[in-house]
Design a protein around this ligand. Structure first.
Ligand SMILES: *[C@@H]1O[C@H](CO)[C@@H](O)[C@H](O)[C@H]1NC(C)=O
Ligand SMILES: *[C@@H]1O[C@H](CO)[C@@H](O)[C@H](O)[C@H]1NC(C)=O
Ligand SMILES: *[C@@H]1O[C@H](CO)[C@@H](O)[C@H](O)[C@H]1NC(C)=O
Ligand SMILES: *[C@@H]1O[C@H](CO)[C@@H](O)[C@H](O)[C@H]1NC(C)=O
Ligand SMILES: *[C@@H]1O[C@H](CO)[C@@H](O)[C@H](O)[C@H]1NC(C)=O
Ligand SMILES: *[C@@H]1O[C@H](CO)[C@@H](O)[C@H](O)[C@H]1NC(C)=O
Length: 351
């Protein structure tokens, strides 16, 4: 959903006072009817606004992984972060002057100027592809996503005209592709990264920098048996918890909305998270469907990136894991599948 680099950018920004140069008012889209689900959401960007498109692919064995993030904000860039099956990594950020973004039905086309990087999400949100062609940066090839789960906003499906797009009062979220069959065919710095697996694509946006609105955020997704699972568990600096749990099966929605509880597990962890607490070793995700049936899932795996963003005792930071989610209907059969998730926190940030 987000990249640690984005966080670094927003965090640095907060500590510098950059003057606003535009005279236009910065606004964000908040209701579905105002534009395409996968389109651009910010008008008259300023130094604290952000509008990013996140693409991710994870191999079925949870060993190969890549994220591609296109960010429009105080800085415009494409960040590519890849993990090869042998454990080696490739990461690069290509800064650009700006971008061409066009709506295509509910989908979009985005081309970051002179980066050689673009995406296209189909008007019906059933497929998406990311094209990376920049030999200077050492990136060539494509990621292709074929969706297996309907697109959604925090509490509504993509086709609800008056759906709110806000996960919290200051953060927009649109999940164009909650789960997909993905094929990755890339050459990164001379090494091939080719695999089939599970894919994911969403976007976030806002007009105020994340640390001033977000205290802690658990997000993740998994392909579990025939089920597609996405969780977003957000604690604002207002100490309110905002949640969205999404569960679908064979294209049918089982649960969507404010129906999920996510808890960290491991020594010295707590909810709400406290300064000085430890990084969780796993997460429990409990979702209630429309009929009140309970689903239980457990996410456990390995950390693939961490970022300490300062504060007393690592109070501010970011951790990402890849691994497996196991679970299903409470008391029923358990299923298992590849998953990726993250924790972002600004526990020591004075608003
Ligand atoms: C950017 O615009 C938003 C919305 O108008 C505003 O709340 C915010 O303070 C602005 N940021 C800066 C740095 O002026
Ligand atoms: C690309 O490969 C070269 C040679 O192995 C290495 O020095 C460089 O750090 C690599 N670049 C990236 C972005 O990984
Ligand atoms: C490729 O990336 C570099 C930065 O690594 C950038 O300067 C260049 O303009 C990019 N564009 C293309 C089309 O290669
Ligand atoms: C455990 O977490 C608390 C905050 O909840 C912190 O004050 C304490 O230092 C931590 N103890 C250890 C051993 O990490
Ligand atoms: C975590 O990494 C280890 C070592 O690479 C691997 O054996 C294990 O399967 C990974 N765990 C998960 C849940 O992917
Ligand atoms: C499913 O997993 C949960 C949690 O790990 C466990 O308590 C439960 O017994 C499992 N159910 C079955 C049917 O194996």
């Amino acid at each position: 959903m987000k990249k640690m680099l984005l966080l670094t950018v927003v965090f640095v920004l907060l500590t510098t006072t950059s003057a606003q140069t535009t005279t236009e008012v910065t606004t964000m889209q908040t209701v579905a009817s105002q534009g395409a689900l996968d389109g651009s959401k910010i008008q008259n960007a300023n130094s604290t606004s952000f509008d990013w498109w996140y693409f991710e692919a994870l191999s079925d064995d949870s060993k190969s992984f890549i994220t591609v993030v296109f960010n429009l904000g105080s800085e415009n860039f494409v960040n590519i972060d890849a993990l090869f099956a042998d454990g080696s990594q490739f990461t690069t950020t290509i800064y650009t002057e700006g971008a061409i973004i066009e709506n295509l039905g509910q989908g979009s086309y985005g081309n970051f100027k002179n980066s050689g990087c673009s995406w296209i999400t189909s008007p019906d949100l059933r497929s998406s592809s990311v094209n990376l062609q920049n030999s200077t940066a050492g990136v060539e090839g494509a990621l292709r996503f074929t969706s297996v789960a309907p697109a959604h906003y925090p509490s509504d499906l993509w086709n609800v005209v008056d759906a709110s797009e806000l996960i919290s009062p200051s953060l927009g979220w649109a999940n164009a592709i909650p789960n997909a069959q993905v094929s990755v065919d890339l050459k990164l710095n001379g090494t091939y990264l080719k695999f089939h697996g599970v894919g994911y694509h969403d976007k976030n946006w806002g007009v105020t920098a994340l640390p001033s609105s977000s205290r802690s955020w658990y997000w993740g997704h998994a392909s579990v048996g025939q089920m597609s699972l996405v969780w977003f568990y957000f604690l604002g600096q207002d100490m309110q918890t905002y949640t969205s749990g999404y569960l679908s099966e064979g294209g049918r929605i089982l649960a969507l909305g404010d129906n999920v509880v996510v808890r960290p597990n491991g020594p010295n962890t707590s909810y709400p998270p406290l300064i000085g607490g430890s990084v969780p070793t796993s997460f429990s995700i409990h979702i209630k469907d429309k009929n009140g049936e309970k689903y239980r899932f457990e996410a456990s795996g390995n950390v693939t990136s961490t970022l300490d963003m300062g504060g007393t005792q690592n109070a501010n930071g970011y951790t990402r894991w890849i691994g497996r989610v196991i679970g299903g209907l409470d008391g029923g059969r358990n299923f298992s599948g590849p998953a990726a998730w993250e924790w972002m926190h600004f526990l020591d940030y004075s608003v």
